[in-house]
Ligand binder design. Sequence first.
Ligand code: NAD
Length: 360
Amino acid sequence: MRFTYESLPGRIVFGAGRRSELPTEIERLGATRVFLISDGQAKAIADDFAGTLGALVAARWDEVVQHVPVELAERARAAVADAGADVVVTVGGGSSTGLAKAIALTTGLPIVAVPTTYAGSEQTTIYGLTGGRHKQTGRDLVVLPKAVIYDPELTLGLPPSVTGPSACNALAHSVEALWVKEANPVTTALSLEGIRAIAASLPRVMAAPDDVDARSRLMYGAYLSGVALATTSAGLHHKITHVLGGTFNLVHADAHSVVLPHAVAYNAPVLPEEMTRLAEALGTPGDDPAGALWDLATASNVPTSLAALGLERGQLAEAASRAAAEITDNPRPVDDAALLGLLERAFDGLRPSSEPGGSS
Ligand code: NAD
């Protein structure tokens, strides 16, 4: 056995009710002036935090936009400076975390993250900023939260229309970590455990959204998936969804949900071992993990066609060539035409088949 594995620092506080430990986490950092970010849907949770933190809150910010427009980041940074904040606390999904990261990138302030979706951004050093029609991403350790509080009770109010796609977003992190060039036995173990946890818990959560145990398992899988993405890299699947979000403004998690089965079908013919392990982790041993992912997605009522997300057929060629230009490494060769084929199937909402790169 021979591999290179680079772990990241991080403190994880996981469990139902553990949001009550937020003041302790802030104290551990020696911080006294909190800049509290939350998006509109997580406002009630942030209100509770503001009540608990009292005078520690130097300022609040509730304007959050997916993919972090540069102009928004600049205004938030100015508000941080005005408030004299020494820590950023973010409550909400990947968009809230993304704004906190944009602030940390230029100020060096520590972040305490309290995620309420399954996006996993709180585990990564990846930041993204969007200007014009292009989303620029990069990696910097300074944006990695110093502490993350995972409290599954905070996800009980997450609507099914967000829960399903967000869980698929997490699945995508783990699935792609199986095939990118940095994959190693440690990241693969994390990924497979993440996939097992998500695949087993997502149907339970969709059937009973207030099942705290099922929500805990789903959050645990999402956490592991975030670590898997953080310690590997973005490959074919993430590059495609990055373009769909950054250039065509599709909702991030919805785009992941639609593309994932097709990305797996595309790479399946050259990855027999990984596909066997993926199928087992999904709880569907056999030779069609792409189909199993599709079945899980449809059973969870997540979007399965790019057309339904608002993309136009005439935009597929540009999306394919932009994504192809970003993909530097994939187990199966990639070009504009191959990606166009993949995107056309995703656009039409076809079930992927186990045939090489094909769909039934
Ligand atoms: P999001 O943060 O926009 O949240 C999705 C929806 O869930 C929003 O409508 C939000 O209002 C709602 N929501 C959040 N918390 C809620 C709650 N407790 N109750 C009810 N509704 C709630 O989207 P997301 O899918 O969490 O994250 C997507 C963003 O994160 C994208 O910009 C993506 O690029 C980024 N991302 C980054 C990384 C990274 O490593 N940097 C990883 C994953 C995602």
